[in-house]
Design a protein around this ligand. Structure first.
Ligand code: BGC
Length: 354
């Protein structure tokens, strides 16, 4: 597919009418409608979760323009997985006079240049999704982070399996050795979410009394095709011994499902392992609906998008942040994760399309 330059500028007409002259210019306080311009740089626009997050953001912007009676201009850029590109995107945002920048860091360990540029030009930054270390966030009081608690996502993924084992252990433990043989598909090596999810999911399963055996784990960088390749290799090596597939996100869980299907396995077959993802993307939820995935954990794209916009608005306009978006340590907004299985799928789908 041809990569198109991803600049979407939403210049929406201000709904406030300019105050007309009434011949008494000195006798009234002129209340100018305030507009807001936000520069956003995403690490990779082709990442499924990020692209859903941005759609949610754009639709929330439209809603809020009406509620707030202002116009909001968005400048959205794709950093194409290159930190230097992202650094220069911030330069253009600053030149364009944005009120605030929302940065989905390419390299979460390399935020220095972004922080220095923002500080020098006094442009507040809301980092999102790719969590930087606390020390970096503390380098200036106008730096924020919007995302979710990675520990919670791993724990909830573990809970999905634990809940299923409580009623259906024999079905999952197909070789009846009392041990759950699993493979793991991990996101990027240095990403906070992959590191923590991989650890906490196992902790949660074992703390609930189940014994696991890792057959193998591989990094597939959040990517469906890479995950399909890794899963193909797992299947060649371990075949039907794989009882559980733990993927750090839905796209990789879907890649595993692609490989299972390519290997000729049917979702209804006894050998189909329990596949678990995280994100609750549209395609992820569809796989849960079809029974291909046992469950996923909703990474609340709608909640995070609204948290970013509400925070941007309150910082720009100097207003109070609504209670729902608690600003922890004056820096963090973390939206809760939620389990998504066949049982509550309808509810989750409605929430994300509200
Ligand atoms: C999501 C992944 C996504 C990654 C990008 C994670 O929180 O679960 O699907 O690829 O963020 O940074």
């Amino acid at each position: 597919m041809k990569r198109k330059r991803y600049i979407s500028v939403l210049a929406v007409m201000s709904v406030m009418t300019a105050l007309g002259g009434c011949g008494m210019q000195n006798n009234f306080v002129e209340e100018q409608p305030k507009n807001m311009t936000i520069g956003i740089s995403v690490y990779d626009q082709y990442d499924t979760f990020i692209s859903e997050l941005m759609s949610q953001f754009q639709s929330y912007v439209k809603e809020k323009e009406k509620d707030w009676g202002i116009s909001i201009t968005l400048e959205i850029q794709n950093a194409e997985q290159n930190q230097l590109v992202q650094n220069s995107q911030l330069d253009s945002f600053i030149e364009d006079g944005v009120d605030i920048a929302c940065i989905n860091l390419v390299d979460r360990t390399d935020a220095s240049s972004i922080i220095e540029k923002a500080k020098t030009s006094d442009v507040p930054v809301i980092f999102f999704n790719r969590e930087l270390v606390k020390e970096d966030l503390e380098r200036w009081d106008k730096l924020y982070y919007v995302g979710a608690d990675a520990y919670e996502s791993g724990k909830l993924q573990g809970d999905i399996l634990v809940n299923e084992c409580e009623t259906n252990f024999d079905k999952i433990d197909r070789n009846h050795d009392g041990v759950l043989q699993y493979v793991m598909l991990e996101g990027e090596a240095s990403h906070n979410d992959s590191l923590i999810r991989s650890m906490t999911v196992i902790q949660e399963i074992t703390e609930n009394g189940y014994t696991v055996e890792k057959l193998s784990d591989e990094i597939a960088n959040w990517n469906r095709d890479q995950a399909a390749n890794k899963m193909k290799q797992f299947l060649e090596e371990f075949g039907n011994s794989i009882e559980v597939v733990l993927a750090n996100n839905d796209d990789m869980a879907l890649g595993a499902i692609d490989a299972l299907k390519t290997a000729g396995m049917e979702n209804s077959s006894e050998n189909w392992p329990a596949v678990l993802g995280i994100d609750g993307t549209t395609v992820g939820l569809e796989a849960v609906e079809k029974g291909e995935m046992l469950g996923t954990v909703l990474n609340d794209a709608r909640g995070q998008a609204s948290g970013m916009l509400e925070l941007a608005y309150s910082l720009t306009m100097g207003t109070k942040l609504p209670k729902k978006y608690q600003l922890i340590d004056d820096k963090y907004i973390r939206m809760p994760y939620k389990i998504a299985t066949k049982e509550n799928l309808g509810e989750i789908q409605v929430e994300q399309t509200k």
